[in-house]
Ligand binder design. Structure first.
Ligand code: BTN
Length: 232
């Protein structure tokens, strides 16, 4: 048996769709690009190799986890573009095209894809119980990290720092514990943001809409035949 939700519920359900507009998307993309830049500008920790420890992956994964795959990808791309045209937003305040010819090139190239992958996974998570989301969002960030950040980072170091793949792998290894911690923080922050703004993530908006429609209160039937059908 199907029931038609009242007009008011349908209007409320569609509000989520109306709320998503290009200006909002642009503002969110710019905000998260700025957040990644801020993460890069916090003092990088030099561990003796060609690549420092930075907070960038926290911002990159958070962009995907909060904005979803498409907008997370675009936020990270905007961050890279702003650095490429000369703003000092890369690790250690570097800028321009030089970092794309240096040992960090693989990590930089991986950032947009990692944001996309994190968003792709998070959009597909069952997030009815918010507390259960933290580990799943952390796992999404870690999966993106190990699919894109570390493999491309290793290839970039092998290519531009003149290392063998084995040496580049060993040079990447010290980043793993820090990246685990950053992904845990990212999962906590992303979950808090989703709790505060449940329609921010595209998939959540669709869920919220369908929930609103399914959960719409059934108005009393005007005619007795319909009332009888409903109670059947
Ligand atoms: O030049 C840049 O701005 C990129 C720096 C990349 C640093 C990488 S990101 C993954 C890994 N984890 C870190 O803390 N540092 C490296």
């Amino acid at each position: 048996m199907t029931t038609t939700p009242p007009e008011s519920s349908r209007a409320a359900a569609n509000a989520g769709a109306r709320r998503r507009n290009p200006a909002t998307d642009l503002a969110l993309i710019a905000t998260f690009a700025a957040l990644i830049a801020a993460c890069a500008l916090l003092p990088a920790i030099n561990i003796g190799g060609a690549v420092p420890i930075t907070l960038q992956t926290f911002g990159v994964m958070l962009s995907g986890a909060v904005l979803g795959a498409r907008r997370g990808f675009l936020a990270t791309l905007l961050y890279l573009a702003v650095g490429a045209i000369g703003l000092p937003v890369y690790a250690g305040g570097s800028a321009g095209l030089a970092p794309f010819a240096g040992p960090t090139v693989g990590y930089l190239v991986a950032f947009p894809f990692a944001a996309f992958a994190t968003g792709f996974f998070v959009e597909r998570l069952p997030r009815r119980r918010i507390a259960a989301s933290i580990p799943l969002i952390v796992l999404s960030g870690l999966a993106a990290s190990f699919i894109f950040i570390h493999p491309l980072g290793i290839l970039g170091m092998a290519w531009r720092a003149d290392l063998t793949l084995g040496q580049a792998f060993l040079a990447d290894l010290p980043f793993w514990p820090g990246d685990l911690v950053k992904n845990i923080l990212m999962g906590i922050v992303a979950t808090a943001v989703h709790r505060a703004f449940p329609t921010l993530l595209p998939q959540r908006a669709r869920r919220a809409r369908s929930t609103a429609v399914t959960a719409a209160p059934i108005e009393p039937a005007a005619d007795p035949a319909t009332a009888a059908e409903r109670s059947a």
